[in-house]
Structure formats: C-alpha cells, structure tokens
Design a protein around this ligand. Structure first.
Ligand code: ZN
Length: 190
C-alpha cells in the first residue's frame, strides 16, 4: 500500500505515514499535498489521487530521534565511502576505523569512528592521522535525522518522487545557504 512522506513546515522529512492518515490531515487542512501518486481513490461523491508527499502547514517542534550507533549506520552516514581514500565499496569490503586509536583512549562513538576500506585500514594501522599522514574525507559526526539516513541506506526502497525532498533538506546548511533560504522559512527556524 502507498506510503506518504510527511514533511515539516520547513520541508524537513519527518516520518512516513499511511495514505489514509495523509488524506485525513489534508481534509482537515493540516497539510499541503506536494506530490501525488497516479492511483486514485473514489467514494460516492469524491475522486482523489493518493498523496505521496505532504507538508505540515504549521511547524511541528520535536526532538529528532537518536540514531543508534552501529556498523551499518556508520557506513550509511559515510555513504559507504572509505573516509581516507574516498572510494565507495560494498559492505563486505569495509570496516570501521578509530580516528584516534583505542590505545590512545579513542572511543567507539560517532565522533571517532569512520568507514574505512580494508586497504586503508591496514595502511593506517594503530596510528593517528598525523602519524600516518592520512586525511579524512569528512569529519565524523552524529547523524541527526534518522529518516534521512534510513533513506540513503541501500536496502531501503522508496518512491522516486521522494528523492528531491531528501536532497533538499540538509541540517548542515552553511551560513550563506541559510541567508538565501531565510525568507522562505519562518523566523527563527534556521
Ligand atoms: Zn580506503
């Protein structure tokens, strides 16, 4: 059955809801329908296309769910890309690397673990970045929006029309981007 992507008022993907819920929210005037499926539903007096993406009219304040620290979630955060050589690999050819090695007190957490190919893992060994002369593609961080991360995971299959909304939203917008976007969004959101 068709799923609907619910966006916050600022176009941030919030959650996936059943189409029945989306239709109810739409009828109540709580959401704006941005995308529709081809499929129609009919009642005696009404025919309507199923919504695919809806956006809340009023901003919904919420605390983003914490993304669990796990091997697959680290790979997902890093787009299955070795954070040293920058190449992408299938899951089986990747491992996790402590940026600050364990023997130096480096912890197993979002801020110190990166995706690493087997070759780079051997090359770096138990050394620091300075000692190995290696550089990170991206500084490791804790992902904030679980829906965004689950979307880019390769085992997730979602409608094509949703793609733009995930790419559009980026919690790490730069100051310059925020300035451009500010007039579009309510004051204080960005
Ligand atoms: Zn590598």
């Amino acid at each position: 059955m068709e799923k609907v992507l619910l966006l916050n008022a600022i176009y941030e993907p919030l959650r996936i809801i059943p189409w029945q819920r989306a239709v109810t929210l739409s009828v109540l005037g709580k959401v704006e329908v941005l995308e529709e499926y081809e499929r129609e539903i009919r009642s005696v007096s009404l025919t309507l296309r199923l919504p695919s993406v809806v956006r809340l009219i009023r901003f919904f304040f919420y605390r983003p769910p914490i993304v669990k620290f796990s091997r697959i979630n680290v790979y997902t955060r890093d787009h299955f890309q070795c954070q040293y050589c920058g190449r992408r690999y299938p899951e089986d050819d990747l491992s996790l690397d402590h940026v600050v090695p364990q023997w130096m007190g480096g912890r197993k957490c979002w801020g110190n673990i990166v995706t690493c190919c087997l070759k780079c893992n051997r090359k770096k060994g138990g050394r620091t970045l300075a000692q190995s002369g290696m550089r990170l593609v991206r500084k490791p961080y804790r992902p904030m929006n679980i829906l965004r991360w689950s979307y880019i995971a390769p085992h997730q299959i979602h409608p094509e029309k949703w793609r733009d909304y995930f790419h559009y939203w980026d919690p790490k917008w730069s100051a310059a981007e925020k300035k451009i976007l500010a007039p579009i969004f309510p004051r204080g959101i960005l």
